[in-house]
Design a protein around this ligand. Structure first.
Ligand SMILES: *Cc1c(COP(=O)(O)O)cnc(C)c1O
Length: 412
């Protein structure tokens, strides 16, 4: 069955909980062992003191290590990406930072695409160097040969540990080639040292892009965005093979940054409508983009649906990697910061807020908000200018969204 058919039931049996059709919120810190022998066995498996026996499952110990709501949610999340396992976190940043710390040890090199989400960018450039981790970044249009040359120029090619990719990139929907990232990782891998590829898939969500199919070893989400989808919970996730997620969960246990049962329960509720919400958001976004494409107040629209075969590799990447044009649109308004702010201040239905992928439409000004911290030279290169507006299109009636944009344009 398709993931959307399984989101209401997968990984949970009503007979476990008095016939309750929905999993209860297991709001408990600890779990009672039947016997001391059982407690001993659970800890042996949890701490890897002995290999688990055939068919032996990890027993419930303590909610920093495991909890039924977390486990059911993790099992459901694996279905969309066809991953073996998943670890959920208290935030997207917790998922990103724990994964980086686990797979890029001190003295090693991290290769990333650009631009990156502001929080990830800050952690990678300002915090990882404190732990003696070096970083090298490539640009949207760099070829695998150019990326390989960049890595070699660091003099640390034999220390490359991870290729970190974010695609489509925020806020301009630039596409990064995941398979090319994998080719670079393989180029620098040796039989005893595999260079891994991690992809932050927040911008497309679990429905519209499946990075593992294109060679990614790890998939990351801010579950705050499409997965949660209602602007009411902060959470994150990392998916991959049993072997890799075991390591991620190992570090998570000791950093203590797992999601709690209440957040996990909210996310399970959200997952039941993930596909219908995202489908509706994408349909609305196509209508909004069409309106913006023809508006005299707009200079340029950054929307995946505007790519045509004439755009060459960009169009080819859109066809290969994404199953939808998504619900994120950015556009250059005619004018500068003043016109952009007048527009944002005049919106009524669309809320002026950061975040994305939620049921309500949101608008923001990347240059002074989400990307305020980006180096000015990089901002110019990435088209993050005073006139850029970012829209996350929600599930409202598209005519109401368009009418709100149209009336706000009249104020500029
Ligand atoms: C929001 C976001 C994050 C961080 O997630 P939080 O849940 O806010 O911690 C990471 N990556 C991307 C692409 C994001 O949009």
């Amino acid at each position: 069955m398709r993931p959307e058919s399984l989101m209401m039931s997968y990984g949970y049996m009503p007979e476990w909980s008095e016939g309750a059709i929905k999993s209860p919120i297991f709001q408990t810190s600890t779990f009672v062992f039947k016997t001391a022998e059982e407690g001993k066995a659970f800890f042996e498996v949890a701490y890897g003191l002995r290999p688990s026996a055939e068919g032996e499952k990890q027993g419930l110990i303590y909610s920093r290590i495991n909890n039924p709501d977390l486990e059911i949610l993790e099992n459901r999340l694996t279905l969309w990406d066809e991953a073996e396992d998943c670890a959920v976190f208290v935030s997207g940043m917790a998922a990103v930072t724990t994964t980086l710390l686990e797979f890029v040890p001190p003295g090693h090199l991290l290769l990333t695409s650009t631009p990156l989400y502001g929080g990830s960018d800050h952690f990678i450039k300002k915090i990882l160097p404190k732990y003696n981790i070096q970083v090298v970044c490539y640009q949207v249009n760099d070829t695998p040969e150019q990326i390989i040359a960049l890595v070699e120029a660091t003099g640390m090619a034999d220390k490359l540990a991870l290729v970190y990719i974010e695609t489509p990139a925020n806020p301009t929907n630039d596409l990064i080639d995941i398979a090319a990232g994998k080719a670079v990782a393989q180029h620098f891998s040796t039989p005893d040292r595999q260079v891994l590829v991690a992809v932050d898939n927040t911008y497309m969500g679990p429905v519209w892009q499946h990075p593992i199919k294109h060679g990614a070893d790890l998939v990351l989400y801010s579950a705050t965005k499409y997965i949660g989808g209602h602007s009411d919970v902060i959470a994150g996730a990392c998916l991959g093979s049993f072997e890799l997620i075991k390591r991620v969960k190992g570090l998570r246990t000791f950093l203590g940054n797992m999601a709690g049962p209440w957040a996990a329960w909210l996310l399970m509720r959200s997952l039941e409508t993930l596909k219908v919400r995202m489908d509706q958001q994408a349909q609305n976004a196509a209508k909004v983009a069409e309106f913006l494409n023809h508006s005299p107040f707009v200079e340029k629209v950054y929307y995946l649906g505007n790519l045509t075969p004439a755009h060459g590799i960009k169009y080819e990447l859109r066809q290969r990697q994404c199953t939808s044009n998504g619900a994120m649109i950015a556009f250059d308004i005619k004018g500068n910061e003043q016109q952009a702010f007048r527009f944002l201040n005049a919106l009524k239905l669309i809320k002026l807020a950061v975040s994305l992928g939620s049921t309500e439409s949101l608008a923001e000004h990347p240059a002074t908000m989400t990307h305020a911290d980006v180096d000015p030279a990089d901002k110019a290169k990435l088209h993050i200018t005073e006139k850029l507006i970012r829209l996350s299109v929600g599930v409202e009636h598209y005519e109401d969204i368009i009418a709100d944009i149209a009336q706000a344009f009249e104020h500029i």
